[in-house]
Unconditional design. Structure first.
Length: 149
């Protein structure tokens, strides 16, 4: 499943936080997927690492095997995270919610809705009525579960 749309600044902040422990690009990608169930490409991660490095927020910690660079946060990066602690915590809460959604097979629901939007114009009246019933039932059941507590 594709990542929730928190590219750019939000992703930079989360990656910077992850680099409190030295890691390389692929390790960051793995951590994001394992921790939050989000997938990002090398074409997203490496430009962010380059930007963070240019800004002095991270530095190369070591050159690993196969010339893989590990990065780590700098003192400037730590100060930056402290200044943006509230935003980071808000992002982490949203990512935890997304992780829970994915753990509850939310990707199946997302895929079904994506397919609905792709084929909506092709639906006949009986399909529309059946989907209306399914959507209503699903929404009703979700609300019952969510409002139980």
């Amino acid at each position: 499943m594709e990542t929730p749309r928190f590219r750019g600044y939000g992703l930079k902040l989360v990656i910077l936080d992850l680099l409190r422990t030295p890691n390389h690009g692929y390790g960051i990608m793995s951590t994001l997927e394992e921790t939050y169930r989000i997938k990002v490409s090398t074409g997203t991660v490496y430009p962010i690492l380059a930007s963070l490095r240019r800004s002095g927020l991270i530095k190369v910690a070591e050159e690993g095997n196969r010339k893989r660079k590990s990065y780590v946060i700098t003192e400037k990066g730590e100060r930056y995270l402290q200044e943006h602690a509230e935003e980071l915590e808000d992002l982490k809460r949203k990512l935890e919610t997304f992780r829970l959604f994915m753990d509850l097979n939310g990707d199946e629901l997302k895929d079904a809705l994506k397919e609905f939007f792709r084929r909506a114009e092709e639906l006949d009246e009986s399909q529309k009525e059946e989907l209306k019933r399914v959507f209503s039932e699903c929404a009703r059941k979700m609300m019952l579960i969510l409002l139980e507590h």
